[in-house]
Structures are given as structure tokens and as C-alpha cells.
Ligand binder design. Structure first.
Ligand code: S3P
Length: 172
């Protein structure tokens, strides 16, 4: 149950621009847990950027690295893990996350996601001629997977991060 897992790991999933890193850092601080971001961990280990990995190895190569890192990170206890937006795509990651923590889906409208990602060039999947449409497409494909994997769904919107954290802590 959620209660048994509350002292252990919290795993944040959701689209790019949902606020996983921002929320994760603050949540970890409030709960006295260690914050880890899977993208940062991949960059630290490889010494290159995420866009560079996409360039050289493609999305498929990146997903293999991402799954490996998540699998390893979840051997620890007491972490708040912010995952990359596509982490739920690998079928093995979904049960792994469910078994090793409370999975929180930060759910945002495509409108809000677009506002938060439109000026950001570090997201290789949005380097297309119509990034807004791509974001919508990714959201529509992934929303069922985030929902199926999550123990808790938190809708993000216009409210402050502090209010969002209070709502999340209440549900943990
Ligand atoms: C991706 C999201 C990114 C990063 C990579 C792929 C995705 O992470 O892992 O660019 O497939 O949605 P964020 O969700 O932290 O932006």
C-alpha cells in the first residue's frame, strides 16, 4: 500500500515541463530524502549531454541507458527520483517503479507544458518543425501509461509549487 512505501522512495513521472525536477528537489528537502534526477545522473555518468546521446545513439540507445540507470538508482532507499518524461515507455520500468516506491504523476495540460518548454532547446524530441504538435502527440501516447503506473496523480496548474507540495504531502 501507499502507506508502507511512504518511508521509502518517491518517484516522479510525467511529461517534460511538468515540474518533476523543481517539485522533486523541494519535496526531498521537506522529507529529508536524497533527490536524484535520472537525466542528470545519465549525464554525470557519461560525461555528455542528453541531446548528444540522442544524436549518437538515437532515442533507442538513450532508453537503454535510462532503464539501466533507473534500475540501479532504485536499489537505494529514501530517495526522491525525478525520471525523464519517457521513462515509462520501457515496459520493464513500469513494474520496477511501482515495486520500489510511491509513483507520483505530475499531470499538466499540454498548454502549460508548451509554455514551460517552448524556449528550451535541451529536449531533442521537440526539435521538430512543429514542436507544439509533437508535445500533444507525446502527451496523448503517454498519459495512459503515466496514469496506469501512478499511485498518486497531482494536477499541476496555476498554483504555487508550495501549494502543490502541500497537496502531494497530504496524499502520501
Ligand atoms: C524525454 C524527456 C527528457 C529527457 C529526454 C527525453 C522524453 O526529460 O529524458 O529529452 O522522452 O520525454 P524531462 O522530462 O526531464 O524533460
Amino acid at each position: 500500500s501507499t502507506t508502507d512505501k511512504r518511508t521509502c522512495n518517491i518517484i516522479l513521472v510525467g511529461m517534460m515541463g511538468a515540474g518533476k525536477t523543481t517539485v522533486g528537489k523541494l519535496l526531498a528537502k521537506q522529507l529529508g530524502k536524497t533527490f536524484i534526477d535520472s537525466d542528470e545522473e545519465i549525464q554525470r555518468r557519461t560525461g555528455v549531454t542528453i541531446p548528444h546521446i540522442f544524436d549518437v545513439e538515437g532515442e533507442a540507445g538513450f532508453r537503454v541507458r535510462e532503464s539501466g540507470v533507473i534500475q540501479e538508482l532504485l536499489k537505494q532507499d529514501d530517495i526522491v527520483l525525478a525520471t525523464g518524461g519517457g521513462a515509462i515507455l520501457s515496459a520493464q520500468n513500469r513494474p520496477l517503479m511501482k515495486q520500489n516506491g510511491v509513483v507520483v504523476y505530475l499531470k499538466s495540460s499540454v498548454h502549460d507544458l508548451w509554455q514551460r518548454t517552448r524556449h528550451d532547446h535541451n529536449r531533442p524530441l521537440l526539435q521538430t518543425s512543429n514542436p507544439r504538435a509533437k508535445l500533444q502527440e507525446l502527451h496523448d501516447q503517454r498519459d495512459p501509461l503515466y496514469t496506469e503506473t501512478a499511485d498518486i496523480i497531482i494536477h499541476t496548474g496555476k498554483q504555487s509549487v508550495q501549494i502543490l507540495l502541500e497537496r502531494l504531502q497530504h496524499k502520501l
